[in-house]
Design a binder for this molecule. Structure first.
Ligand SMILES: Nc1nc2c(c(=O)[nH]1)N[C@H]1C(S)=C(S)[C@@H](COP(=O)(O)O)O[C@H]1N2
Ligand SMILES: [Mo]
Length: 419
């Protein structure tokens, strides 16, 4: 069914035969370290034959309140209003955190919930089950990380660059940063009997099957992760900001894939397939790849890391008095590394000054920043904020378009009215 499945599959098959499939999106050097740490040798599995066939509210459905001051409702989703984050601290409070639901939030019972881990990448033929108590008995890890939708900022392809794109018309609020507690996926895979033949893991959600607008049932939300990422920094999270994971964010357990596109962080995870060959789902063949004039015929590789963005904690077209000093605040983040520098312009990009950063650069996190501004005269002004990350990348003036509007990273032009 997926249009681009065969092209994608050929690519993964080539990687697999070259012994590289499990490393998709992760540097080979890191893969060797990760495999060694998991007790697996990095040797190409020579005994394997080629596969016979390429395997082949308020708001509707949201449980928590989504007040208008804090959220914009977009279909089954709720976007955080950036101005409402001013003064909320580094971690996004759960009651402000955006919700992206393909269907609606299922209310699951943590007492009876089980995680099933299965597949030909495990030593045993029978599936292995874990209860929430089992997961809580394993060594716990706590870390901060953002979850950001790959389509965050999508509306600016249209409003700022004049390009048509499909998908939810997010502004910049499809992101939140939380403190997550859980068990490393590596730990659970090891206990499930991971073998050196494993290549991909495929977590699947317990929410309803997703049916597209044209009536195609794509099944449960699921997206394969290459083994090296799964063994690296991925968590099975059961707490968010010190509370049991709330219903809208995956109760009782979600996958948390730091720095990567939000779709990787499968909520309400019910089972994880561990496969000895590359896996695919519509969420890494048809969706979450870049299509368009600038990209190969079959699309880019499946998306991994998020990109670089900045947002002001200020209303769009905010009114500010002339002749007074204003403290402009905002946040910047990158999926490639920490943000080390933010420049702000209050004159449409003619002159720039460095903003004060209030957080140290942190992988998979954001930095809060501020700068003071005293506009002398009345009029419409355009504010810009431009981040640079630890890899040296700076937000560009425009993003190369892709038809589904993913990974917008251009500097956003934010209008304000001074009067
Ligand atoms: N099971 C399931 N997991 C899911 C989704 C979903 O609809 N169902 N949406 C994904 C997408 S596209 C994003 S951006 C994030 C959003 O996480 P949040 O709702 O906790 O902010 O969850 C991901 N995990
Ligand atoms: Mo998303």
């Amino acid at each position: 069914m997926p249009l681009h499945e065969s092209g994608y599959d050929r690519r993964r098959l080539r990687q697999w035969l070259a012994g590289d499939a499990r490393a998709d999106g992760v540097a080979r050097r890191d893969m060797l370290r990760l495999l060694a740490a998991a007790g697996l040798t990095a040797a190409v599995p020579t005994a394997l034959a080629a596969p016979a066939a390429a395997a082949t509210t308020a708001a509707a459905g949201i449980v928590k309140p989504v007040p208008e001051d804090w959220f914009t409702i977009r279909g089954t989703n709720a976007e955080t209003k950036f101005p409402s984050l001013a003064g909320t601290g580094y971690h996004t409070p759960i009651d402000h955190f955006f919700v992206r639901n393909h269907t609606s939030t299922p209310v699951l019972d943590a007492e009876t919930w089980k995680l099933t881990v299965w597949g030909d990448g495990l030593a045993r033929e029978e599936p292995v089950e874990f209860t929430l108590d089992d997961l809580k008995r394993f060594p716990a890890t706590t870390r901060s990380a953002f979850v950001e939708c790959a389509g965050n900022g999508r509306s600016f392809f249209t409003t700022q660059q004049g390009q048509p794109v499909t998908g939810t018309a997010w502004t910049l609020g499809a992101i939140g940063t939380a403190r997550w507690k859980g068990v490393r996926l590596a730990e659970v895979l090891r206990r499930a009997g991971l073998t050196r033949h494993a290549v991909d893991v495929l977590p699947r959600g317990l929410d309803a099957e997703y049916v597209t607008a044209d009536g195609t049932n794509l099944g449960h939300v699921r997206r394969p992760l290459p083994l090296a990422k799964a063994l690296d920094d991925v968590l099975l999270a059961y707490e968010m900001n010190g509370e049991p994971l709330p219903p809208d964010h995956g109760h009782p357990v979600r996958v948390l894939v730091p720095s990567w596109v939000g779709i990787a962080s499968i909520k309400w995870v019910g089972d994880i397939e561990v496969a000895a060959q590359p896996l695919y789902s519509p969420w890494n063949t048809d969706f979450y790849r870049l299509f368009g004039d600038a990209y190969p015929e079959g699309g880019s590789a499946p998306l991994t890391h998020q990109t670089l963005k900045s947002a002001f904690e200020l209303d769009w077209n905010a009114s500010l008095p002339a002749g007074a000093e204003h403290r402009l605040t905002g946040r910047s983040w990158s999926g490639a590394g920490g943000v080390v520098r933010v420049d702000v312009s209050t004159d449409g990009g003619t002159t720039w000054r460095r903003a004060r950063l209030h957080d140290a650069p942190c992988r998979a996190g954001w930095v809060r920043w501020s700068t003071d501004w005293r506009p002398a005269t009345a009029g419409t002004y355009t504010l810009l904020a431009r981040a640079t990350d630890t890899t040296g990348r700076t937000q560009p003036e425009a993003t190369v378009p892709n038809t589904q509007g993913y990974l917008f990273d251009a500097v956003v032009r934010h209008p304000v009215q001074v009067g």
